[in-house]
Design a protein around this ligand. Structure first.
Ligand code: NCD
Ligand code: ZN
Ligand code: ZN
Ligand code: ZN
Length: 357
């Protein structure tokens, strides 16, 4: 068993995969509440996904997000751009403003499905940047993405990796494909059995794994580059829609406590936790470093995760009832305390960030 110091000082955590829902679906989340959830969970830099309605697939849509975010965000926020055949014409215009290009190769929330072989090829061919092409590619679809990354020598990031995909990714790494992948907390801490209890609140893409595949993911943690929350809030009403519940679960406020509990249980080391939630995402996505930015945590406190006291606008979590470890005492960004003992302090001092080039 690894022993945690009572007061832990961690770097601000980094999450390259969050859905803050502004504009278009601010009944679920917005830039203010989403970044509050981030800070309350120990994150100080996050990257927003483009599957809004309307999607972030033009310079105008991107600039609109940047303008909307300014003055409202509690942590630093960057953006990923959405890929469609027709958004390829904007790639050179926006490449210095975004951290990744997101390609939805299977159906999920939002209007951004890219299914045709021709469009996928054009997108991979056209991406001018060395920053990652991030794919939502479930199951074997990941092999199509790997082929395209190989063909056009592009950097590829596999979102929400599942156990069945690790071998293909490992093989690509051996062939010197520039490839990284992320695992999500719901795939690590929940499995198919939880759907009985959670109902629609246990539905997301890709779906929860079998117990066996969940364990396989844990055994492959040394092959996975980072942990991303895929924070994907929907309102309780939207989750209970019959038929057709929305897919996705929130995760920003529960990931660190679940991981610290796993550290205490010896399932992951604290060093590896820091690599997977801060060092690696920052390196792979060329996210700027933050001076004098850290999180202080009382690691001796354990508690039952609950739907109360959440800052996410959706106000529920699929991890309800599970034990979390660690109470965040303070979050300090650029020397300023922004969060202390459950309360936000002063003004939202988060900045819109751009990649280091
Ligand atoms: C995400 C969402 O709701 O935006 N949903 C999900 O189930 N993960 C989209 C996504 O990441 O696929
Ligand atoms: Zn996805
Ligand atoms: Zn070649
Ligand atoms: Zn997502």
């Amino acid at each position: 068993m690894s022993k945690l110091d009572k007061i832990l000082k961690l770097p601000g955590l980094v999450d390259v995969h969050v859905h803050l829902r502004e504009p278009g679906a601010t009944q679920k989340e917005d830039f203010r509440t989403g970044t509050m959830a981030a800070v309350a969970g120990g994150y100080t830099q996050i990257l927003d996904m483009p599957n809004n309605t309307p999607p972030t697939t033009s310079p105008n849509a991107l600039n609109q997000k940047i303008d909307l975010a300014k003055g409202k965000i509690w942590c630093d926020l960057g953006f990923n751009f959405g890929a469609t055949a027709s958004s390829t014409k904007y790639f050179r215009k926006i490449e210095n403003k975004v951290f990744g290009l997101k390609v939805y190769m299977n159906q999920t929330t939002g209007p951004l499905l890219v299914e045709s072989e021709e469009d996928r090829d054009l997108i991979f061919k056209s991406w001018p940047s060395s920053l990652p092409i991030m794919v939502h590619a479930e199951g074997e679809t990941v092999e199509i993405a790997i082929k395209l990354a190989k063909k056009y020598h592009k950097s590829l990031h596999v979102c929400h990796v599942t156990a069945d995909q690790i071998n293909a990714i490992e093989n690509a790494k051996k062939e010197n494909v520039l490839i990284s992948c992320e695992v999500c907390p719901h795939h690590l801490f929940l499995n198919q059995f939880d759907i009985q209890k959670l109902g629609p609140f246990g539905l997301m893409k890709p779906p929860l794994l079998s117990k066996k595949d969940q364990e396989k993911l844990w055994s492959k943690m040394d092959k996975i580059d980072m942990i991303s929350t895929d924070h994907a809030p929907h309102t309780k009403e939207e989750k209970m829609n019959q038929p057709g519940p929305k897919f996705g679960v929130p995760g920003l406020e529960t990931t660190l406590p679940l991981l610290l509990k796993a550290v205490e249980e010896g399932r992951i080391s604290l060093e590896r936790l820091i690599e997977m939630t801060a060092t690696n995402p920052r390196k792979i996505f060329k996210i700027p470093t933050q001076k004098n930015t850290y999180v202080l945590i009382n690691s001796k406190i354990t508690y039952k995760i609950s739907n109360k006291n959440l800052f996410t606008k959706c106000r529920w979590t699929p991890f309800v009832g599970m034990e979390g470890r660690g109470e965040i005492q303070k979050v300090i960004i650029r020397g300023k305390t922004v969060y202390e003992n459950g309360k936000f302090i002063g003004r939202p001092i988060g900045k819109v960030i751009y990649p280091r080039i």
